[in-house]
Design a protein around this ligand. Structure first.
Ligand code: SAM
Ligand code: SF4
Length: 342
């Protein structure tokens, strides 16, 4: 029996024990990627066997169950979402919730390597904006950071997205000694092209074969440096996520700072994260997770799934506690960012 027709279960909005409504779901549709960014992955990653992945139909069913429970924003991420085979089938299918108004926004975080190919189709599905990760405008540095990436392809992807009418937001990870000199130029470039920019502090997720302390650059320092060139006015703009925003007076556009290490953003958290194997993480910074694949596959109806979602949300923690373990030089969490997609 389909959940929508079930007499036993009424779809109620999801609210956690701290009164936070869960209206935002991020879905990592694959753990694979065509890049190997130094802060995200090791060069020799072991990926999940394909058999462990949820099918596109299962991903659709899971996302739709969350939409029925009041999730208004869906973000597809990864790994690289656009390298998942058949991804546009999922996007097209999920876009029906935009058409009914159940879903306010369907969006994507991407490295843009494949965006030139998909931008028009994404726009055709009702996707209005995408986040593109780009840490540098120097092709050699770009290759060094991503190990395998080609800057020209990414820039072509951004061009195609803008040509298709998609709003683009740039995300850049601040890396000590790598792009710290370039961040002001990245602000000028993004804003000059009509794109907001968010700068992200590196987070201690996953063994990556590099030393986190070498990468870590506190955003307080980044901000102080940017303030030498720009006038940064604090604004109240909030998305329920970890970013804090300023308006850059010279450009009139928004600049975000995501500072999980130095700032607590949990009190307004409205989100949960689903992996491509159907594991639900209630918090980016904690290991606790719930398996939704079992209940999803256990029956055709969604009663078991909804019960599992309720049980999981009841365990959503009040907040996280990221630390870089200086003594043992270990990440605070063993899983990689590509598992939950940031
Ligand atoms: N592949 C897509 C991309 O790069 O946009 C989506 C997935 S990626 C894991 C999502 C975001 O997480 C990217 O903006 C990336 O820069 C960021 N990220 C990855 N590892 C990180 C880390 N250890 N600390 C901070 N941000 C990280
Ligand atoms: Fe791939 Fe994105 Fe991770 Fe870079 S940050 S390796 S593009 S998943």
């Amino acid at each position: 029996m389909d959940f929508e027709q079930a007499a036993t279960f009424q779809p109620t909005p999801i609210v956690d024990p701290f009164g936070r409504s869960i209206s935002y779901l991020r879905v990592s549709v694959t753990d694979r990627c065509d890049f190997r960014c130094v802060y995200c992955m090791s060069e020799n990653m072991t990926f999940l066997p394909k058999a462990d992945l949820l099918t596109l139909e299962e991903l659709d069913r899971l996302c739709s169950a969350f939409v029925a429970r009041g999730v208004r924003k869906l973000r597809l991420t990864g790994g690289e979402p656009l390298v998942r085979r058949g991804i546009m089938t999922l996007v097209r299918s999920l876009s029906r919730h935009l058409a009914t108004g159940a879903l306010e926004e369907l969006t994507l975080t991407t490295n843009a390597s494949q965006l030139a190919r998909y931008a028009a189709e994404l726009a055709g599905c009702g996707v209005k904006r995408v986040n593109v990760s780009l840490d540098t405008l120097d092709a050699d540095k770009f290759r060094a950071i991503t190990r395998w990436g080609e800057l020209a392809k990414v820039l072509a992807g951004i061009d195609a997205a803008q040509a298709a009418g998609l709003a683009v937001k740039i995300n850049a990870v601040a890396l000590k000694g790598v792009n710290e000199d370039e961040l002001a130029d990245l602000v000028a470039w993004s804003h000059g092209r009509g794109m907001d920019l968010t700068i992200i502090e590196v987070m201690p997720l996953g063994e990556i074969g590099e030393n986190r302390l070498d990468q870590y650059l506190p955003l307080s320092m980044v901000r102080a440096r940017l303030a030498e060139r720009f006038t940064l006015d604090d604004i109240d703009y909030r998305t329920g996520g970890p970013a804090r925003y300023v308006r850059v007076a010279e450009t009139g556009r928004r600049l975000g700072f995501i500072t999980p290490m130095t700032h607590n953003f949990c009190e307004s958290c409205n989100r949960v994260r689903l992996t491509c194997t159907g594991t639900l993480y209630m918090c980016l910074g904690q290991e606790d997770a719930a398996d939704l694949r079992g209940p999803l596959r256990a029956s055709e109806g969604n009663d078991l799934l909804h019960a599992a979602i309720d049980e999981a949300i009841a365990r959503k923690p009040k907040g996280h506690d990221f630390i870089i373990d200086r003594r043992h030089r270990r990440p605070a969490l063993a899983r990689h960012m590509s598992v939950t997609g940031g």
